[in-house]
Design a protein around this ligand. Structure first.
Ligand code: PMP
Length: 437
């Protein structure tokens, strides 16, 4: 039974889902999806809800893979994008345009210290590629350390830095090293952050000349299965990297823009100030934009080199980004992410008393994960069961994501306007589908 909701979507005039599926197979080059056995044909979005062609409503607890920070088609963001589209859609950052500079300035004001120069890209991948390039140019070193279970993108350097990809694509790049995953649930050293940090020191000592270009890591791993770094890990790695002359790159593509609730940026919870921060996803509420934020000194390495992005800093995207920052502040979305996120996490954790299949509940704010296991002793990933729960939750009107190295983690990354009632509905639906297992 779907809960009451007083919005009626516009009548659907498009072709049936079966027809779209058929043509999708024929004309789209896709490696993934459609996610569901009985695929969803989504035609409209409104805040935390999505609607299919029959007008059926779904609570979107995946949020377009953590992109839709303010809610689908948030009126303020739509208005900003539409107005800018009518005025000027694109030239390039080579000319002056206030929509680009306004956003850069406001974005920079959200960062501590010297982090005040912004370079716009079109995705998280490009932001991370540029961050790695900057670190290499700035230090004159080639060696980069990333974490085995991290996700940083799908171009040359970022794919090599994303160790999850290795067995799938056979990508290798000289100078990229992968450190042990500081995963409190499955990692070899449990919650001992300092022991995992020692692995970074070992890599520097045995795999490099002693100097590195930098380290890249997420504050909370997203695609990797919503994994919080073992306590003490990031500050320890920070000082290890600094001693080796490297830069600390914080990949805030998923954990930024208030999603973690307690802080605007994920790194702030760890008491470190990165040299370079990369952004995408939630930055534009769905507009394709990414960014690298760094210090004037580091940014200087690009000066007089021919580094350029045709669409980077597109004014429609930057106008959307500016509107997003205003909405987050006006609607206190970070506080909401904290309050509703804490409530949701507590309720999910209490499901563990009832359902043995839940091995772990973790994350912060609106970035939560529920790891499913065959039994808590062996921690054998419950992959098949996850797929069943995932599909049934959809049939009951709740969309969540999946992730983790074993694909056995339900990922919950809704728009930050998610309410307590939404949280209750999600938990009740999850509870029901697990009870049927
Ligand atoms: N970094 C992180 C932490 C991500 O989650 C992602 C996307 N899942 C990326 C980088 C790559 O972003 P994009 O898909 O926009 O290239």
């Amino acid at each position: 039974e779907m809960p009451f909701f007083d919005y009626t979507p516009a009548p659907y005039k498009g072709p049936p889902a079966s027809d779209i599926l058929k043509r999708r197979k024929e004309y789209l080059s896709t490696s993934l999806g459609p996610l569901y056995t009985n695929p969803l044909n989504l035609v409209e979005g409104k805040m935390q809800y999505l609607f299919d062609e029959k007008g059926r409503r779904y609570l979107d607890a995946f949020g377009g893979i953590a992109t839709v920070s303010c809610g689908h088609c948030h009126p303020d963001v739509v208005e900003a994008a539409v107005n800018q589209t009518k005025l000027l859609q694109h030239t390039t950052v080579l000319y002056l345009n206030h929509a680009i500079v306004d956003f850069a300035e406001t974005l920079a004001s959200k960062f501590p210290g010297e982090l005040k120069v912004v370079f716009f890209t079109n995705s998280g991948t490009e932001a991370n590629e540029l961050a790695l390039l900057m670190a290499r140019l700035y230090t004159g070193c080639n060696d980069i350390i990333s974490i085995r279970n991290g996700y940083h993108g799908n171009a040359a350097a970022t794919m090599a830095a994303t160790a999850q990809f290795f067995h799938k694509f056979n990508v290798v790049q000289v100078g990229i090293h992968h450190a042990l995953n500081p995963d409190p649930y499955r990692g070899v050293f449990g919650s001992d952050g300092l022991k995992y940090a020692k692995d970074v020191q070992n890599i520097i000592d045995y795999g490099t000349c002693g100097q590195v270009a930098g380290f890249i890591g997420e504050a909370i791993q997203g695609v990797g299965g919503i994994i919080e770094m073992a306590p003490g890990y990031l500050p320890a790695v920070y000082s290890i990297i600094k001693k080796a002359g490297g830069l600390y790159i914080a990949d805030e593509v998923q954990s930024g823009f208030g999603r973690t609730g307690s802080h605007f940026w994920g790194f702030e919870a760890h008491g470190v100030v990165p040299d370079i921060v990369t952004l995408a996803k939630g930055i534009g509420n769905g507009a394709p934009i990414g960014a690298v934020v760094t210090t004037p000194e580091i940014a200087e390495v690009l000066t007089r080199r021919y580094y350029f992005s045709t669409f980077g800093g597109n004014p429609v995207c930057t106008a959307s980004g500016l509107a997003v920052l205003r909405v987050i502040e006006k609607e206190k979305l970070q506080q909401n992410a904290f309050l509703v996120g804490s409530y949701l996490k507590d309720r999910l954790a209490s499901l563990m008393e009832k359902h043995e299949i839940i091995g772990d509940v973790r994350g912060r704010g609106m970035m939560l994960g529920v790891e499913l296991v065959k039994d808590r002793e062996s921690k054998t990933p419950a992959i098949h069961e996850l797929q069943q729960i995932f599909e049934e939750m959809k049939d009951m009107g709740v969309l969540v994501g999946t992730g983790g190295f074993h694909e056995n983690v339900l990922r919950i990354t809704p728009p930050l306007c998610f309410t307590r009632e939404d949280a209750d509905f999600l938990v009740d639906v999850m509870d029901y589908t697990m009870s049927k297992m």
